[in-house]
Design a protein around this ligand. Structure first.
Ligand code: ATP
Ligand code: MG
Length: 343
C-alpha cells in the first residue's frame, strides 16, 4: 500500500504529517537564496539567517497571505525537505499526499497547492486537497460531518481564517490579511515611535510571545521584559524595558479588526447554525491563539463561549492526520476537477 503524507503550508510554518507516525516535519517555511539562484538553507536554518544575512543572500517566505507567492522557491524548498525526510523516514517516491489550502481564495490559487506537490521530484501518486477550515476543525477534535454547525477562527501569521462549518462542508469562510505578523509590525512601529528604538522582527516576536495580551492588564498584573535595539538618534545599541500594557495598546487595533470580522461572519450565519454555535462556542486555533486573554476579548465582544484549543498551532496538521488515518473521513479531501488519477 502506498504511503500517505499531509502538508500544511503555512505563511510562517511548514508541517508535514506521515500516516501512522504523526507530524514528522515542523519548521519555519522560509528559504535562503544566495546570488539569486543558489539555495543555501531552508527551514529553521534559513530562519537563523533572517535579518542577519549579507546583501547577496535573500531570506524569504514563499507563502504570503495564505497563498503560494513564490512557486519556484516553494518547490525548491519542498524538494529539499522531501530529500531530508527520505533519509530519516524512508523514500517518499510515489506516495499519496493531502494538502490544505484556505477556502476563501481563487480556484487557480487552490490548484497551485496541488500542482506544487504534484510536480516535486518524488513524483507523487496522487495529490488531494482539503479545505483548511475542515482540517482545522478535525484537528480540534470536532465531528465535522454531523449536522451541528461550528465556528472555527484560525489566527495564523499572515492571515486569520474565520469559518462556519456544518455537515462536512463550509457554510461561510473569510480569509482576512491579519495575523501574528501584523502584531509584530505594530510592536516595531510603537517601539520606534515611543522609545526612538529600532528593533527587528525577531525581537518584536519575542516581545509579543512574552507580553501580548488582548485585554488591558490590571496595574498589578503588568509584566515587562528588557530588549535590545538601536537608538534612532545616536545609532547605538541600547537596552529598554517594554511592558505588557504598552504591547496591548500597540496591537489592539488589529485584534479589534479580527473581532469585528468574527462578528460580521456571525451576523451572516444562518439562524439554525447560529444557535448551534451559541451551544458549542467559538473554537480558536493557529499560533496566535496563544495571545493572553484572547478568549476574554472575543467572549465579551460576541457574547459567546470561546474555546482556545490546546495545541492551536498544530490543529491543521493534526486534522489532515485524522483524514489520513480514518477511511470514513476520506470524502473530506478531494481531487480538483482538472486532475485525473488512475486508482
Ligand atoms: N505564544 C504565542 N503568543 C503569541 N503569538 C504566538 C505564540 N506562538 C506563536 N505565535 C505566533 O503565531 C504565528 C504562527 O502561527 P501559525 O503557525 O498558525 O502560522 P501559519 O500557519 O504559518 O500562518 P498562516 O495560517 O497565516 O498561513 C506567528 O505570528 C507567531 O509569532
Ligand atoms: Mg496556518
Amino acid at each position: 500500500m502506498s504511503k500517505t503524507y499531509g502538508i500544511d503550508l503555512g505563511t510562517r510554518v511548514l508541517k508535514i504529517y506521515k500516516k501512522n507516525e504523526g507530524v514528522i516535519y515542523d519548521a519555519k517555511n522560509i528559504i535562503a537564496v544566495a546570488d539569486g539562484n543558489r539555495i543555501i538553507a531552508v527551514g529553521d536554518e534559513a530562519f537563523e539567517m533572517f535579518g542577519k544575512a549579507p546583501s547577496n543572500i535573500e531570506v524569504t517566505y514563499p507563502v504570503k497571505y495564505g497563498v503560494i507567492a513564490d512557486i519556484k522557491h516553494m518547490q525548491a524548498m519542498l524538494n529539499i525537505v522531501f530529500e531530508e525526510l527520505s533519509a530519516t523516514h524512508g523514500k517518499l517516491n510515489g506516495s499519496d499526499f493531502i494538502v490544505t489550502a484556505p477556502t476563501d481564495i481563487t480556484e487557480v490559487e487552490k490548484k497551485a497547492f496541488i500542482d506544487l506537490v504534484a510536480s516535486t521530484n518524488i513524483k507523487p501518486r496522487k495529490v488531494k486537497i482539503v479545505e483548511r477550515p475542515i482540517a482545522d476543525a478535525l484537528g480540534v477534535g470536532l465531528n465535522v460531518t454531523d449536522a451541528s454547525g461550528v465556528m472555527v477562527v484560525d489566527i495564523g501569521a499572515d492571515t486569520t481564517e474565520i469559518s462556519v462549518l456544518s455537515l462536512g462542508g463550509i457554510v461561510l469562510s473569510r480569509l482576512i490579511p491579519i495575523g501574528g505578523n501584523k502584531f509584530d509590525d505594530d510592536i516595531i512601529s510603537a517601539v520606534k515611535k515611543n522609545y526612538n528604538l529600532i528593533i527587528g522582527n525577531k525581537t518584536a516576536e519575542i516581545i509579543k510571545i512574552n507580553l501580548a495580551t488582548a485585554v488591558l492588564p490590571d496595574d498589578d498584573k503588568i509584566k515587562a521584559i528588557k530588549v535590545y535595539g538601536r537608538d534612532v538618534v545616536s545609532g547605538l545599541p541600547v537596552e529598554k524595558e517594554i511592558d505588557s500594557a504598552f504591547v496591548y495598546t500597540a496591537i489592539r487595533e488589529h485584534l479589534q479588526n479580527i473581532v469585528d470580522s468574527v462578528r460580521m461572519i456571525l451576523e451572516h450565519t444562518p439562524p439554525e447554525i447560529a444557535s448551534d454555535i451559541i451551544d458549542s462556542g467559538i473554537y480558536v486555533t493557529g499560533g496566535s491563539a496563544s495571545i493572553n486573554d484572547l478568549a476574554k476579548l472575543l467572549g465579551t465582544e460576541t457574547e459567546l463561549a470561546v474555546n482556545i484549543c490546546k495545541d492551536p498551532a498544530n490543529s491543521v496538521a493534526l486534522g489532515i492526520g485524522r483524514i489520513i488515518e480514518s477511511p470514513e473521513l476520506d470524502s473530506l479531501s478531494y481531487v480538483l476537477k482538472q486532475m485525473n488519477y488512475k486508482d
